[in-house]
Write a protein that binds this ligand. Structure first.
Ligand code: AQP
Length: 345
């Protein structure tokens, strides 16, 4: 490779997003949004509501509009500042779709065939899954690379997709003999990295779980948070004195993890304080911590959702700023691929 330098590669640019495919929950908050807010101190951040990803599975149109606003409200209520960072929804910036198509032509079938999330989500009904669900990782690569983002905060479950983004960037740069795209780095935070269902400690807390009791929604009232934690599945043993004692106890592990993430303490520190305590008592402490921590967030979300025009304006301003960043990158890509004239005869 002759290593022709790209026009510009930003140094510290973060891109991340969440799908507006249902109620945003405590897992999204502890695993993503809270961290996104913190990253604003050190990075130039672009946060996207990835509505085009959401429609890879059926979404009722009216629900999708509401969920998109709700996702934006959740980001802001969690500390994302739409003036400092760029906040918008994916479908408003056409560059994502255009670059995704180009990446469909760069990524190999064999690469996509290895994606475990497609296998999990398509399940036994692979033949009936949308083509969009299959090429979802190419769109994710486009989301990130259309801004030449350098860092992507991801949950463990998205690590494989990020590897694919790196492979696509590498292959594109090699194929066209030009260093257009950066090789992105994952940012994985340890605390709150994986919050599990309150009904089954072996399943992750998820928007698409049919049981509302399985998750704490960022729209839940304090009463509902109290009820859900009280009813959370546990086992009859008291909390162990150390982390090794949580082995084989997924529900206990999850509640200790949630408590730790909400109080910014390690699991070891939580067990030092609460080891030997029964669940009836520990849940009371957890309820207090959860309600105190989440109330300002749920309150702010409710305030924002009362004014959909304000959210729409924020998304539209963010989209304008995002499109301005994407435009020169797409120009460079079109030129590199030969879709517009760079080469002379
Ligand atoms: N349970 C979780 N624990 C920690 N982090 C989580 N995230 C999601 N669930 C948990 C993180 O939130 C960000 C946005 O995720 P997403 O909405 O794009 O997709 P997802 O991971 O598919 O979320 P869900 O809730 O499981 O949605 P459905 O049910 O629609 O598939 C990501 O950084 C994710 O890691």
């Amino acid at each position: 490779m002759t290593n022709i330098k790209s026009r510009s590669l930003p140094k510290n640019r973060v891109f991340s997003g969440a799908q507006p495919s249902g109620n945003m929950h405590l897992g999204n908050y502890l695993g993503a949004f809270r961290n996104w807010a913190r990253l604003q101190q050190d990075f130039e951040c672009i946060y996207c509501v990835v509505d085009l990803h959401a429609i890879t599975v059926w979404q009722d149109p009216a629900d999708l509009v509401r969920q998109t606003r709700e996702a934006a409200a959740a980001y802001i209520a969690s500390g994302v500042d739409p003036k400092r960072s760029i906040l918008f929804n994916q479908s408003r910036v056409a560059a994502h779709s255009e670059l995704a198509w180009i990446f469909n032509c760069v990524a190999r079938m064999g690469w996509l065939n290895r994606m475990t999330q497609f296998k999990d989500k398509a399940g036994k009904h692979r033949e009936r899954a949308s083509v969009g669900l299959y090429v979802y990782p190419d769109l994710m690569a486009a989301d990130i690379l259309t801004y030449k983002a350098t860092h992507v905060p991801v949950g463990e479950d998205q690590k494989q997709h990020l590897e694919l983004t790196r492979d696509i960037a590498q292959k594109f740069n090699n194929d066209y003999d030009r260093e257009v795209f950066p090789i992105v780095e994952p940012l994985i935070s340890k605390e709150g990295a994986r919050i599990m269902s309150l009904r089954d400690g072996s399943k992750k807390m998820s928007k698409s779980d049919p049981s509302d009791a399985s998750r704490i929604n960022l729209t839940d009232t304090a009463d509902s948070i109290v009820q859900k934690i009280r009813k959370a599945k546990t086992d009859p043993e008291p909390l162990p004195e150390d982390v090794a004692g949580l082995d084989g106890r997924p529900e206990a592990h999850n509640l200790v993890g949630i408590y730790g993430a909400l109080t910014d303490k390690s699991m070891e520190a939580v067990l030092k304080e609460h080891g030997g305590t029964g669940f009836a008592e520990f849940k009371k402490t957890l309820v207090d911590v959860a309600v105190a921590h989440l109330s300002p967030i749920t309150g702010e979300m409710a305030r924002l959702m009362d004014d959909p025009a304000e959210i729409d304006q924020i998304l539209s301003d963010g989209a304008e700023r995002a499109a301005a960043l994407a435009a020169p990158v797409m120009e460079e890509v079109r030129e590199t691929v030969g879709l517009i004239g760079r080469h002379t005869y």
